[in-house]
Every structure is written in C-alpha cells, then in structure tokens.
Ligand binder design. Structure first.
Ligand code: KIV
Length: 289
C-alpha cells in the first residue's frame, strides 16, 4: 500500500502525505486499558524521510532514537549526540510519515540539569520537528522532570533498565537486573516515571523476569528491547533488524540481509562501470530526430 503521492514533477524529496489520522498519545495509552494489552505495539527507529515512509504503515510508533549517533554518524556512543541532530532527523521522519506517532529522543545533556532545561529542550524538539512526544532516559531521578513536562503539554516516553546514555556510569551495555537490588530498582524506576505521567516506558536490556514484573507493575504500555515478549510492545533499531551491520546483539533478530544486498549491488555497478556496460543505451539521452 502506498501512503504517499510523490510529486515527480518536482522532486522525489518532497512527498505529500495522504491526509490521515495519526496515532495519538491517548490511543497508545488505551492499548493497555484494563491492565493488559491484547495486541502488542509495534515500534521501530527511523532517522530519515524515506525510511519513515517505508516503515510507517507497519508501526504504531516511530522512534527517532539517539542511536542515530552510532548508526548514522559513526559516533562511539550516544553521548555526543546533539539537539541539532535530533531536530534535523526528527523533522525528516515527521515529513515521511502520516500514520505512526513519532517520538524523538532527548539527547544526553539536554534535559538532566533541571525540569526547566528539559522543558526548553523538549519544546524546541516539538516545535522544530512536529513530533508528538519525546523520550528520555532514567527512572526515579527523572520522575519530577517527567511530571513537569507532561503537566505542561509534552508527552513523555520513559526509558529504564539499560540506559545507553549512562554508559560511562554503567561501564558497558550488558543486561541489567542480575542482582535482586538492581531488579527492584528497575521496577521502582518504571513505576516512578509511569506515576509521573509517562504514557509508555521503554524497557531495555533486562532479564525476562524483570520485563514481566515491570509490565505487571505499571498501567501504561511497556515497550521492550532485549526485554522478552512479555512487554506490551517491542522496538528495535531498524538498521539492526535489516541486517546492515555485521555484528548484532543477541536480542536482535535479522529480518533481512541488506548489507549483503548493498555490497552485491555496489560490486555489480563497479563491474559494469569498469566494463563500460553502464550506462547502456537505455540510460543515455539522445537528440530527438
Ligand atoms: O536510541 C534508540 O534507538 C533507543 C531504542 C534502542 C529504544 O532508545
């Protein structure tokens, strides 16, 4: 199904979304009405207009994750990601989608200082991108900020468990919650941000029993990544599940092998260019007779 009319007279970069009704924050929250979600929510990351167009019909939510630091910019972690990067990619994803709720990650350093700092950053993200929500990492410590934002019209997705922006404190990206104390802390963190008003909570890199406990403990949907099928929804980094990287973490399932396909296409192009087989008559402009 095509969701866009592309004005080929102008540019393939200016698609016009077919008017439609996007998923809303209350609609996402309502998926867990009564404490359980009948159908899991589907979320994928997107950083560009074209990827958003392709994913949008299949997802309830698109996340402009700060994982773009590694995936798009080749940075060593998400720590150096800036608000400017998030705004530029967020706006592209909003332009390329019409159905999914688009949420944009708040980058490290843009919200932790104070609720007021978080509000200024989140308001900028919403104004410059047109997204419907922001996501921020952290549990209990961030609960006052989540409340401050939601009471002022900024919908927030929480993010607990493995929080990649804290890699320098955690010492790596290993699964969290292996001790009883750590498990209890993660459940407490999820409750704190949900009670503060988060409309869903990403639960990343935790052992299955914690994902289960968090999902039972909070009244809003949990979105798992490396957190088992017990969550109310799932998210993956799109480039991971498309097989664009040689190494993928254990929790990723590859649904395609695009790295091999891209490599094969580039090699075929190289061979034809070198053999002067490309461009052929079909791709060459000629004067009209
Ligand atoms: O940045 C990101 O892509 C994320 C997901 C992994 C949840 O936060």
């Amino acid at each position: 199904m095509s969701t866009f009319t592309i004005d080929s007279a102008t540019s393939r970069a200016t698609p016009t979304p077919v008017p439609g009704k996007r998923m809303t924050v209350p609609a996402i929250r309502a998926r867990k009405a009564g404490g359980t979600s009948a159908e899991p929510l589907v979320m994928l990351t997107a950083y560009t207009m074209r990827t958003a167009q392709l994913l949008d019909p299949h997802c309830e939510m698109l996340l402009v994750g700060d994982s773009l630091g590694q995936v798009i910019y080749g940075l060593p972690s998400t720590v150096p990601v800036t608000l400017e990067m998030m705004c530029a990619h967020g706006a592209a994803v909003v332009r390329g989608s019409w159905h999914a709720l688009v949420a944009v990650d708040m980058p490290f350093g843009s919200y932790e200082g104070s609720p007021e700092q978080a509000f200024a950053s989140a308001a900028r993200v919403m104004k410059e991108t047109g997204c419907a929500a922001v996501k921020l990492e952290g549990g209990e410590a961030m609960a006052p900020t989540v409340e401050f934002l939601t009471r002022r019209g900024i919908p927030v997705i929480g993010h607990v468990g493995l929080t990649p922006q804290a890699v320098n404190v955690l010492g790596g990206y290993g699964a969290r919650g292996k001790s009883e104390a750590e498990a209890a802390k993660i459940v407490g963190d999820a409750k704190a941000v949900a009670d503060a008003g988060a409309f869903c909570v990403v639960v990343e890199g935790v052992i299955e029993s914690i994902a289960d406990a968090v999902t039972k403990a909070i009244g809003v949907p949990t979105i798992g990544i490396g957190a088992s099928a017990n969550c109310d929804g799932q998210v993956l980094v799109t480039e991971d599940m498309l097989g664009l990287f040689e190494r993928t973490p254990r929790f990723v399932k590859r649904y395609a092998d695009l790295a091999s396909e891209i490599g094969a296409a580039a090699a075929a192009y190289r061979d034809e260019v070198r053999a002067r087989a490309f461009p052929s008559a079909e791709q060459v402009y000629r004067a009209k007779p």
